[in-house]
Design a protein. Sequence first.
Length: 202
Amino acid sequence: MAPTKKDKTKEAKEPNRNPNKRLGEFLCENGTITNEELTEALEIQKQTGRKLGSILVDMGLLTEESLCEELSDRLDIPYFDLNSYFIDPKVVQVVPEHLCERYRLIALKKNKNKLTVAMINPFDDMALEDLRILTGLEIRPVLATPTAISRALAQAYGAIDYAETLIASLKTSSGRLDLKSRLYEMLERHEASKGDGDEEDK
């Protein structure tokens, strides 16, 4: 499973960088929030300097997912629900972990010279330029929620770290993998632990 239902009708493309309407106006016109709620949110934004979207989420007027769906409609950028998307660790590694953490993004799929990347801000020119330079690929940004990206990064790099640790533990002093002897060692330890348990049961 990949994008949400809305994504299936459109592919990742360059974001529309000149939307005709501001987010608040767009949300009021489609009935997502009222003018009074927008006024309250804008006042908070004026006092704190925070982004309007995050304020609306904190006010309980939107969820992260519904905000991304609204932005997807407004900006014509696909929204990917990462909770239902299989992320290939090999693709993730195309982008260094420190860059993913800095810009809050994760690589999703690679097709020839194009790399689809889930981002919380697909308009971050610095992030897009760094990605192009580092990967040498054409970047296709898509939307994803901050929570989903954080979770996906933790899972993806956690799996990568575990695999690297496992491989390192299976190497002999010469640096070669010795799966057979290591497997026997693990089986012996398992049998020994079973024996200890049997003695305790007696």
